[in-house]
Write a protein that binds this ligand. Structure first.
Ligand code: HEM
Length: 196
C-alpha cells in the first residue's frame, strides 16, 4: 500500500492492493531473494521469467525507478576507478561528469542522487528516455540497454505514457502475489516489516 500510495502521490496510476496477505513467521535477511547491484543483469530477465513475468512486465517494474533516489555508495564504483573498478563507459560522458560532481570520490556515501535525473518526483516515462540516452544512475538500469534488442524495443514502447502506466499498474499487484504463504506456514502481520 505505501508503494501504491507513493506512486499515486507522484501522479502515477493506481491499482487495488489485496490486504490480508500471509507472510512468513521467520524473517531473515539470508532467506530473502532480492536482487542487488552485484547481480548480473543478464540473469534478471530469467529471474523475473521464473516468476511468470514477460519482458514488458520486467522492464515496466524497473520503471519504478522513475521516482526516488539512490545513495552514492551504490554508484561510486561505476563512476570512478576505485577498489579495482573501472569507469562504466556506457554512461554518457557529460552525465558522468554530473554524477561525479554529485557523488565525489571521497564524499559521503550516504548522500543521495535522483534515480531518474530531472524528474525524480514525478511518475513519468523519463526513466526510459534516460536509459536510452545513457543517463541511468544505476548500473542495472543502464544495463537493460545492452541485454537484447527485445528489451531495447520494450524501453522504447514504454516511453508511451499510457502504455507504461497500464503495464505498471498491472504488474505491481502480481508482484504482491509471489510466494504468498498459506495455512500455518504464514501469518497476517500486524506490522508488515516484522513477524508478529
Ligand atoms: C533488479 C531489481 C532492482 C534493483 C537492482 C534495484 C536497485 C535499487 C537501488 C540500489 C536503489 C537505491 C537504494 C538506496 O540508496 O537506499 C533503489 C531504490 C529504489 N528502487 Fe529499486 N531496484 C530494483 C527493482 C525495483 C522495483 C521493481 C521497484 C518498484 C517497482 C523499485 C523501486 C525503487 C524505488 C522507488 C527506489 C527509491 C527509494 C528511495 O527513494 O528511498 N526498484 N533500487
Amino acid at each position: 500500500m505505501p508503494a501504491r500510495d507513493a506512486v499515486v502521490l507522484t501522479n502515477g496510476p493506481t491499482w487495488d492492493v489485496k490486504s490480508g496477505r500471509k507472510d512468513g513467521r521467520v524473517s531473515l535477511a539470508t532467506n530473502v531473494d532480492l536482487r542487488s547491484q552485484a547481480t548480473s543483469i543478464i540473469s534478471l530477465p530469467n529471474f523475473f521469467a521464473a516468476h511468470g513475468f514477460n519482458t514488458e512486465d520486467f522492464v515496466a517494474l524497473l520503471g519504478g525507478h522513475t521516482i526516488g533516489t539512490a545513495a552514492c555508495k551504490f554508484i561510486i564504483e561505476r563512476i570512478f576507478s576505485i577498489n579495482g573498478s573501472v569507469i562504466d563507459l556506457t554512461i554518457d560522458p557529460l552525465f558522468l561528469a554530473q554524477l561525479q560532481s554529485s557523488c565525489p570520490i571521497n564524499g559521503d556515501g550516504s548522500s543521495r542522487v535522483a534515480l531518474d535525473t530531472g524528474s525524480e518526483l514525478v511518475f513519468d516515462t523519463s526513466i526510459f528516455k534516460n536509459i536510452l540516452n545513457g543517463h541511468a544512475v544505476l548500473k542495472t538500469d543502464q544495463s537493460l540497454f545492452s541485454i537484447s534488442d527485445d528489451i531495447v524495443k520494450t524501453l522504447i514502447n514504454l516511453t508511451q505514457k499510457q502504455r507504461f502506466r497500464k503495464a505498471f499498474a498491472t504488474v505491481m499487484p502480481r508482484m504482491s502475489e509471489i510466494r504468498v504463504k498459506t495455512g500455518v506456514n504464514g501469518e497476517i502481520r500486524k506490522n508488515c516489516s516484522k513477524v508478529n
